[in-house]
Design a protein around this ligand. Structure first.
Ligand code: HEM
Length: 454
């Protein structure tokens, strides 16, 4: 990649409306906007939304530059400031030395061997979901799959973090989490930003939901401090872990922020990906059948268990392809700390740069028939040959998702356990629409019914 510092070129600027610049077109759909203008402006260009000026990055080499090679120059962008109101200074939103220390402390809790212990509770929650779907199948009931999956992944992450300590508060957690989530994307896309002291309904509802969640987490932490050593969940691991140099453990504030971060980051993305999965299966019964065959060969009549997961290789390829076409984190933002040069173009200090995995995952230069769902792209041999930043649903470089293996195991468990029992049919004919929010949600979810396998 060309990174010469001598006379960098100015970025191409997308011409927009004389008054609204590019704001209206971007509001109508960022993905469509980037697809349209990358044809004439290439793989890096400048846009103006009135609220922010932004550089759009549309090439794997440039993504590698930002997330990996020169990552120290790129901090998290304005959207993360909003998340900070809710997640505090947790792993997703913190920066610099503080982030690095927290990441080192949290990393062991996400090691594969540790995660294997958590899969038992993943399987338990999924079994309850399968029982519910069985009832639905018997009654021919219609349900919103996106909503059901959100409940399931929230249940899984709650148990992974807190064992059964918050089971009595689950309904309150779910409602508060929904409110906080809704608040986050409304604030990020607010055209005229209002400070938090303005008593709008949105702000007040958020503050109440946030304080409910804090209350629940604080109570668990307090009771664990009084009776240490009884649990083997993520919270216990975060409480036990010590800084190698200082021997310090996390204080209550840090535990709250990390728990809240894992709570949010650990369920919304996975639920969104799975909603798209069950939709894709309604259009690709051939793939569904292959998954079913693999599950039957690997698991036989026994329940899906942790030792089966590495053998569910085709299922894993389907998940990889799903995250290529429907990456829940479809857009990732950064801000440049100092002037930089990317691909020979000048990036000035404080520029916001936006990288769209959604778009890069579909570049025809890197993907043959990019819009087709072809799991065989992800055989281990082909993965070795791939440009590391042509496919990065979990981000890349030091800030890569800490929960990637957790999510992949969870999706395998849920897909294998459901498809061996049911097929899911859509009860409406309209195709689901993408909603380009913080995650790539399905607008209004997807109405389905479960049909038990013969
Ligand atoms: C399909 C599911 C998931 C997807 C697509 C996903 C995607 C991502 C991406 C793209 C990032 C990087 C954001 C950036 O660079 O600004 C990230 C960070 C993060 N994710 Fe995930 N994630 C998923 C599941 C999970 C799960 C299950 C957990 C926890 C149990 C989790 C916890 C986190 C945390 C804590 C970070 C911040 C890491 C750091 O900066 O050190 N994620 N995720």
């Amino acid at each position: 990649m060309e990174t010469t510092t001598t006379s960098p070129k100015p970025l191409p600027i997308v011409k927009g409306h004389w008054l609204f610049k590019n704001a209206l077109e971007i509001k109508a759909g960022m993905i469509e906007f980037v697809q349209k203008y990358s044809k004439s402006y290439g793989d890096i260009f400048f846009v103006n939304t009135l609220k922010e000026e932004m550089v759009i990055i549309n090439h794997p080499d440039y993504a590698k530059h930002i997330f990996q090679d020169n990552n120290k120059n790129y901090i998290k962008s304005f959207a993360y400031q909003v998340l900070r109101l809710f997640l505090g200074n947790g792993l997703l939103t913190s920066e610099g030395d503080f982030w690095l220390r927290q990441r080192r402390l949290a990393q062991p809790a996400f090691h594969r061997e540790r995660l294997q212990k958590l899969t038992e509770s993943m399987i338990e929650s999924t079994d309850k979901f399968v029982d519910k779907m069985n009832e639905n199948a018997k009654n021919g009931a219609e349900f919103n799959m996106a909503h059901e999956l959100n409940g399931l992944t929230l249940d899984i992450v709650s148990k992974a973090l807190f064992s059964s300590d918050i089971s009595e508060s689950m309904e309150k957690v779910r409602t508060s989490m929904d409110i906080a989530n809704d608040f986050a994307f409304k604030k990020i896309f607010e055209i005229v930003p209002k400070p938090m002291w303005v008593p709008t309904t949105l702000h007040q509802e958020f503050k109440k939901a946030n304080s409910n969640l804090e209350g629940i987490i604080n109570k668990v932490v307090e009771s664990r401090r009084k009776n240490p050593g009884q649990y083997h969940d993520l919270l216990a691991m975060l409480m036990e872990t010590k800084d190698e140099d200082t021997g310090e453990t996390m204080n209550d504030r840090q535990l709250r922020d990390e728990a809240m971060t894992i709570f949010l980051a650990g369920h919304e993305t996975t639920a969104v990906a799975l909603s798209w999965f069950y939709y894709v299966m309604t259009t690709r019964r051939d793939i569904e059948e292959k998954i079913r065959k693999e599950v039957s060969e690997v698991c036989g009549d026994s329940p899906v268990a942790v030792q089966h997961l590495p053998q569910l290789k085709y299922t894993r390829m389907v998940i990889d392809e799903l995250l290529r076409l429907f990456p829940p984190a479809w857009i990732i933002g950064r801000k440049a700390l100092t002037d930089d040069v990317i691909g020979g173009y000048r990036i000035t200090k404080d520029s916001n740069v936006l990288v769209l995995p959604f778009q890069i995952h579909r570049l025809p230069e890197f993907w043959e028939n990019p819009n087709e769902f072809i799991p065989e792209r992800f055989t281990p041999e082909k993965v070795k040959e791939m440009h590391k930043f042509a496919y990065f649903p979990f981000g890349g470089g030091p800030r890569q998702c800490i929960g990637n293996n957790f999510a992949l195991m969870e999706m395998q468990v849920i897909i294998a356990s459901t498809l061996r029992n049911f097929s899911f049919e859509r009860t409406t004919t309209e195709d689901p629409e993408m909603e380009q929010l913080v995650t790539l949600r399905m607008k209004n979810g997807i109405k389905m019914k479960a049909v038990a396998n013969a």
